[in-house]
Design a protein. Structure first.
Length: 355
């Protein structure tokens, strides 16, 4: 019988299921075992000939990854059927906001003749939808409507129409040393999507894996699904303020959104949250009920955790942060989008599992 007490937790191999075991495959000096308790908890034991004997509690995700690597045939036995592989769907790098700003730049920078030439290059269907006989405003509006009908639409050459629109607008902007208001709006929109423009080239400044446009769309979907109307208002106002260069106002709205989001999540998941007047107490409750992960340092009793660090970064100088600039405000927006997507998706899955 092997029963170890570590940090106040009992690891009992006799009372648990041995799921799989193995060794290092080389010197045969290190051996490991993976166990699952009767209540569904996972833990591992690793021993070697030098006296090492490590016991570790594992999350479901860590256990699944372990099985995928060392006992792949058991993954679906313990975690259910995994989704089948799906085709890779090509997605837009740029948000609708950036595409719309780019279309406005095309209308400002092109004559009817040169716009027709560009549209024909993208395909006869594109040009026919943007009737050459109409005004420039009508033509650019038609182009945007054409894009909105299918945001994955491709040009005659197989490129995403959205990317070609943005590239053409950036090319036009590069010709001018002094940017117009519409061109400046385009640069800000690209910045929000994780891009910058240098010498006429679009440069990615953030990893594409962050999927910022997709994150924004998913956040909006979840806010609407759960009727978080006030939160959507804060987020919309933050984006509007950022687009006009009002950094302090954008920062303030992002802070309000983030604080309100955790309040609403607490009210959705815990009935006793209604009796807690302070936002700090509601966040502590989310930590207590396990919504925040202690393993990932999202929450901790000493206050040194990701969630508290997020608020300190969003709110370094009180409710009106004072001096700020585009780089700082854009950073705040990016980190809020990433965090909000994580926690709203988690909340949605938790509620779905309860129903």
């Amino acid at each position: 019988m092997t029963r170890q007490i570590i940090d106040g937790v009992a690891y009992d191999t006799d009372m648990s299921e041995l799921v799989c075991e193995g060794d290092d495959g080389h010197s045969l000096e290190t051996f490991w075992w993976l166990y699952r308790t009767a209540n569904g908890a996972w833990f591992s034991r690793i021993s070697d000939c030098n006296g090492r004997d490590d016991w570790r509690l594992l999350s479901d995700r860590q256990a699944r990854v372990w099985l995928e690597k060392d006992a792949n045939s058991l993954v679906e036995k313990y975690f259910g059927r995994m989704p089948d592989v799906q085709p890779i769907i090509e997605v837009n790098q740029f948000s609708r906001r950036a595409v719309y700003a780019a279309v406005k730049v095309l209308g400002e920078g092109h004559s009817h003749g040169t716009l027709t030439e560009v549209l024909l290059g993208w395909g006869p269907e594109v040009n026919s939808r943007c009737n050459p006989g109409n005004s420039m405003v009508h033509r650019t509006n038609a182009l945007m409507q054409f894009y909105d009908e299918d945001q994955g639409r491709k040009t005659f050459d197989g490129d995403l129409l959205s990317e070609e629109i943005v590239k053409e607008a950036v090319r036009l902007s590069a010709r001018r040393e002094e940017k117009s208001d519409l061109q400046s709006a385009l640069l800000r929109a690209l910045n929000l999507d994780g891009f910058s423009v240098r010498h006429g080239d679009i440069i990615r400044t953030l990893p594409g894996e962050l999927e910022l446009p997709e994150a924004e769309n998913e956040i909006t979907r979840l806010l609407r699904k759960h009727q978080f109307i006030t939160l959507q208002g804060h987020l919309d106002q933050a984006f509007r303020n950022h687009s006009t260069g009002d950094w302090a106002a954008a920062n303030s709205q992002l802070r309000c959104f983030c604080e309100g989001m955790f309040n609403e999540i607490a009210l959705k998941l815990a009935a006793d949250a209604t009796s807690l007047p302070r936002s700090e107490d509601k966040r502590a409750l989310l930590g207590k009920i396990g919504f925040f992960s202690t393993d990932l340092n999202e929450w901790s009793a000493d206050g040194k955790n990701f969630v508290n660090g997020l608020f300190k970064r969003l709110h370094p100088e009180g409710p009106h942060p004072g001096l700020s600039d585009e780089e700082d405000s854009t950073f705040r927006r990016h980190i809020v989008l990433i965090a909000a997507r994580l926690f709203l998706v988690r909340m949605d899955k938790t509620l779905s599992a309860r129903s």
